[in-house]
Design a protein around this ligand. Structure first.
Ligand code: G6P
Length: 827
């Protein structure tokens, strides 16, 4: 995964030093996406002055400057300033208009080296420059073709074909007499030849002070900051904000993190869109693969109108504040992140005193899920562990068998997934390639696909049938902490929602809901172990290995605790099922190897006591996590090191128990002198591959059209019978309405966060304080919901809603159809 960023100032004077700092800062915000090399491109002096006259001949222009450096962002910053000093480049030179691009890389094709860093270039004159996040799968074929046309390649990247292809298209158009070919026409033609998943930003000498961004796959946002009077009061549905050509600053970024310090007005660029920034105007084109094909001319696609959204994210969220590291901040944020995860979703009180949960993105699909033959949890890493922690309560409350799949393993074995299955995809980023491939596979096999993610508008949010955002807020540390606990809480709420209102388990459901209300306070209590865990870390600093034993609800805690230690402290650590101890791991036990045993109160407590006895008998060096007041019961001779944690309802205990292990991993890492937030060889998200998903959509449309027809006939013959096929077909029909003929110029207004990006209906209805990445205008209109003040006290500030607040605002069908009709699908 990589991060791309761009900054364009229009009719606003900015010095070169300022422009450089904006670009560097953008990269710093994106560094978590990849950090083995970085690069930027800005204008040189002569090209800048001539750029004011776009008609000046290219021969008179000086190519843009390109700086590329191996290592982290700060290595790039250092090398740029060294270069500036050596070349006497004027940092105080002011630009009325200027377009700069930047990239932070996580190597996939070619080792980290300046030649493989971005921007990648078309030629020594840097006529076209490109920064890229994603993978071009057909780059070899394109490369061979371009080599035949005289291009020489200097990198091993898949990206280099893109600027070269742009130059090829531009030169060809000019050779054929089309001297008026626009930047967007060139890029649309380039896109037509690219296969894979990508988000791209183009800069060109031929189009000074312009930028083009496009995407098919990887995330990309546009930020808009205007300087004219009265703008603050302008509506987000005022399309003139994008069209008025007034002084403004425009930003493009892979992540909202890099935008929020400049502006909160954003546009989430959708797949297949080409965004052209020119003369203070933002034009958006929809890429249609068929347009321009075989007609020999470049396509002239009409533009579409989009409204801006407001970013509901504060700069503090992306700053470390008083903390030294993001991981530390995110561990300590958990009482708050859990509150926002639950806010507006727990219902308690009302006349009938009923307790339940309301999950807007799931409520229309609960019946279908309840009829599933099986629920399959699918995820990777921490997300898999979170699902494992939630499995017992889901099985218990739903009565449906729940199986676990590591995403890559499911794809490798092509494991059985049936149309009677509900497949739940758990992913913090919503972009993990393995999870996306498993999603494609499960969709192909007809399962109902449910997403659980922290990222609004992510590939998982867009490509699943329904789902729940965890709303944990931005998580920047590579090792997931607060997202993990929020994922468990969301899945506990999903279990409650699926369980419905059956009388047999009402008492249990009430206990779990009470536990949820109280959880943030209990997490606050357990965070007080910070110093104790630091002391423990000091004792373990030189160890080679650490074992963690858990069972039942806390088998997942053992896996996740060990994963944290492994990921950041770079210490070998294994999470083990305590029930398996005597079937092998016991052989490892001696007086040197530190072993953590999780033995908090639940149905497995006595078994864990027995495990402790056995380990103790073999002189095991034990650290026991137990419930408060249980020290004597778990450490008979007083020989174990004890960590006492608050007790909560059993199914939520993993949320409490992981916290000391997160703190241990954090302190071990700091004490061992390693990088906490960017551990060796790990990045937060893997590259996504949406090509498969795009293909799937095409296939899905065809099959579903046929299915719909068949079902309509069946329904007519068998009416009034209603079955789950109809449920599902209707659902998918809404999401896969075939392309309609109509004008390209459409206003897409009134979208909620999920809807805007093809996400889940109802999930845009978040709450006032929800720190989700995007909270567009319509979602905000939901905020004035009746809150029962009597019930808000003593419940950790969670809101209570006596009745469903779910919005009925939906995009009119024609608008859904429009957006779907432009999804690019390559055959
Ligand atoms: C990567 C990260 C892990 C993370 C996993 C799943 O491998 O290094 O820390 O748990 O991806 O990420 P996701 O975004 O899908 O939850």
């Amino acid at each position: 995964m990589c991060g791309i960023f761009a900054y364009l100032n229009y009719n606003v004077n900015r010095e070169r030093r300022y422009i450089l700092e904006v670009l560097f800062n953008g990269l710093r915000r994106l560094e978590y996406r990849g950090y083995d090399s970085a690069g930027i491109s800005i204008d040189s002096s002569l090209s800048a002055s001539l750029s004011r006259d776009p008609n000046s001949p290219l021969s008179l222009r000086v190519p843009p400057l390109v700086f590329r450096q191996e290592g982290r962002i700060e290595s790039l910053v250092k090398s740029v300033y060294e270069n500036v000093a050596a070349t006497d480049l004027d940092l105080e030179e002011s630009f009325c208009a200027h377009a700069g691009i930047a990239h932070t890389r996580w190597a996939t094709h070619g080792e980290p080296a300046p030649r493989n860093s971005h921007p990648q270039t078309s030629d020594p004159g840097n006529e076209f420059l490109v920064v890229h996040n994603g993978v071009i799968t057909n780059y070899q074929v394109l490369k061979e073709t371009l080599v035949r046309h005289g291009f020489t390649f200097e990198s091993e990247t898949d990206t280099e074909v893109i600027p070269k292809l742009a130059k090829f298209v531009f030169d060809k158009a000019n050779e054929e007499g089309d001297h008026g070919v626009t930047f967007s026409q060139v890029v649309l033609e380039v896109m037509r030849h690219l296969e894979g998943a990508y988000a791209l930003i183009f800069k060109s000498q031929h189009y000074p002070n312009e930028l083009i961004a496009c995407k098919r796959g990887g995330p990309l946002l546009l930020g808009v900051k205007e300087f004219s009077e009265g703008i603050a009061a302008s509506s987000f549905h005022d399309f003139n904000v994008l069209k008025n050509g007034k002084p403004k600053e425009l930003f493009l970024s892979s992540d909202a993190n890099a935008l929020v310090e400049h502006t909160k007005k954003v546009l989430m660029i959708e797949d297949g869109e080409v965004v052209h920034l020119k003369d203070g105007v933002v034009s958006i084109f929809k890429f249609d693969n068929d347009k321009g094909k075989n007609c020999g001319a470049l396509s002239r696609t009409a533009s579409v109108q989009r409204a801006l959204s407001i970013l509901e994210m504060e700069v503090e969220q992306i700053n470390k504040g008083s903390y030294e590291h993001y991981m530390q901040k995110e561990i300590h944020e958990q009482p708050e992140s859990l509150k926002t995860t639950m806010r507006g979703r727990l219902i308690r009180g009302g006349s009938c005193k009923a307790k339940s949960v309301l999950l807007g993105g799931l409520k229309d699909h609960l019946k279908t899920i309840r009829r599933s033959r099986r629920i399959v949890f699918i995820g990777c890493g921490t997300s898999y562990n979170a699902a494992l922690a939630a499995r017992p309560i889901l099985e218990e409350l739903s009565g449906i068998p729940v199986t676990m799949e590591i995403a890559s393993d499911l794809v490798d074995r092509q494991g059985p997934i049936y149309r009677e299955d509900t497949a739940v995809f758990v992913s913090q980023s919503g972009e993990t390639a393995d999870t996306l491939q498993a999603l494609q596979y499960a969709s192909e096999n007809g399962a109902l696909c449910v997403g659980i993610t922290n990222t609004v508008g992510s590939a998982i949010a867009r490509n699943t049938h329904c789902g729940v955002h965890i709303n944990a807020g931005a998580e920047i540390g590579v090792a997931s902490t607060k997202a993990y606990t929020s994922q468990i809480v969301v899945m506990a709420m999903v279990s409650l929602a699926i369980a419905g209102d059956t009388i047999s388990n009402q008492e249990r459901r009430d206990a779990v809901i009470d536990g949820l209300y109280d959880l943030p306070n209990k997490v606050r209590d357990v965070l007080e172990l910070d110093q104790e865990m630091k002391e423990l870390a000091k004792l373990l600093i030189a160890e080679q290995s650490l074992l963690v034993f858990g069972r039942g609800y806390n088998y997942a805690t053992a896996l996740e605790g060990a994963l944290k230690v492994k990921e950041v402290a770079l210490m070998h650590s294994e999470g083990m099922l305590a029930g398996e101890m005597k079937h092998g791991p016991l052989a490892l036990v001696d007086e040197n190897l530190p072993i953590v045993v999780i033995a908090t109160r639940d149905a497995c407590f006595s078994k864990q006591q027995s495990v402790i006895q056995q380990l103790h008998a073999r002189k095991g060096r034990l650290i026991v996590i137990c419930s408060k007041g249980d020290a004597a019961s778990v450490s008979p001779g007083g020989l174990c090191r004890i960590i006492e944690v608050p007790q909560v309802v059993d199914c939520l205990q993993p949320v409490i128990n992981i916290v000391p292990l997160q703190l241990l991993a954090y302190h071990l890492t700091v004490l061992r002198g390693y990088n906490v937030d960017q551990p060796r060889n790990l990045a937060k998200r893997e590259l996504l591959n949406e090509l498969f998903i795009s293909r799937l959509r095409l296939l899905g449309q065809v099959i579903l059209m046929m299915l719909l027809l068949a079902l309509k006939v069946k329904a007519y013959v068998e009416r009034p019978q209603v079955n789950r096929d109809e449920d599902r077909t209707l659902l998918r029909t809404l999401q896969n309405v075939p392309p309609v003929e109509g004008p390209l110029e459409q206003e897409i207004v009134g979208q909620s966060a999920g809807e805007q990006t093809g996400g889940w209906q109802g999930e845009g209805v978040l709450n006032e304080e929800t720190p989700s990445v995007l909270l567009p205008e319509l979602a905000q209109t939901q905020l004035e919901l009746p809150v029962n003040p009597a019930n808000t006290e003593g419940n950790a500030g969670l809101e209570e809603r006596p009745e469903s607040p779910i919005s009925s605002s939906r995009i009119p069908l024609t608008e859904v159809a429009l957006s779907v009709s432009f999804i690019s699908v390559r055959s």
